[in-house]
Design a binder for this molecule. Sequence first.
Ligand code: PLP
Length: 399
Amino acid sequence: MTHRQLFFQHVAQTSDSPLALEIDRAEGVYLYTTDDQQYMDLISGIGVSNVGHRHPKVLAAIQAQLDKYLHLMVYGEYVQTPQTQLAQALAETLALCTSPYGQLSNVYFTNSGTEAIEGAMKLAKRFTGRTEIVSCINAYHGATQGALSLSGDENFKRNYRHLLTGIRHIEHGNMAHVEKIGYRTAAVVIEVITAEAGIRVPEPTYLQAVRQRCTEVGALLIIDEIQTGFGRTGSFWAFEAFGFVPDVLVCAKGMGGGMPIGAFISSPDVMSVFKNNPILGHITTFGGHPVSCAASLATLKIIRNEQLYAQAEAKGQLFRQLLRGSPAIKEIRGKGLMLAAEFASFEVLKPVIDRAIEKGVITDWFLFCNNSMRIAPPLIISEEQIREACEVILDAINA
Ligand SMILES: Cc1ncc(COP(=O)(O)O)c(C=O)c1O
């Protein structure tokens, strides 16, 4: 059997139409198939490869850790240098960020984004003694049952009930809905810039109002920076550009430089509730795996030292400038290198995406917004590569 046949026979499928490119290797912004076709990755494996595929410094950090140790013990029992160094480095990125409950300097490591969301929700329930969680209608926070409950999309939830009760939904960006956050609310889980809703950038005053309301009613403000963090939107964390500080910050995806890792970060005071009543308030075996932590620390250093976030804005502007000319594109939304180009409909967009892939440029659409093209390449993409990519997209539109 060919690998393609084995893929369809033995690897669980989640749709009838997987892309099914057969990948041999990846480097920088490119994927290479087994028949030696080159593809430019404009979606970074959905927000993961911020420093590009197989960044040499990430590989070196992984190699160095491989020579020392792999997994040793469940989360939180042993002092492991990769974890402590990464936690310190994450805290440094947040050194100026003090929430009403203290500085965001305490990190709980997980394996993935959805696991970090689950942990953050539990943290808020335990800290506040409340159960209601407020989230946004078109948000995606993960696929486990707690995170799925946060989603406002019936289509994804309908056949998986019972899910969590006590979830209230508000519209992202709608000032009038802020009042729905109340004295029973344990936490608001919200993205700074919505990802799967098709990249909607709110007014800073909206997020500031959510912050203020959370403080007023004693709810924790949990922000999901799983797609926006690690330099994607023009600052290391997206929230930095919006003039507020959350109580809990959740990250994953781009954090690992291609390795699986997530985290939720809060103040020592808030996080301390996991230590008692009961002890081991949140447990994970592999969360904060030493190899993933080593890769993540290297990733963080690359993004900070090379200021990749500063380049994200200029590169995003170049995409906008080059694509703006096409009458098929109604609007380009986003910030930094987290962009959505809106077409008239999915029926118009899909053939453009297919054609661009045929010509070697991979884009995509969004879970809750299928008329918009996802453009979120590795932050290391060059000006020349952006020009090449846009030429392919524009040709695909014309075709
Ligand atoms: C905004 C956001 N939150 C949470 C998640 C879930 O992360 P993971 O797939 O690592 O569980 C995703 C994944 O796409 C996401 O985009």
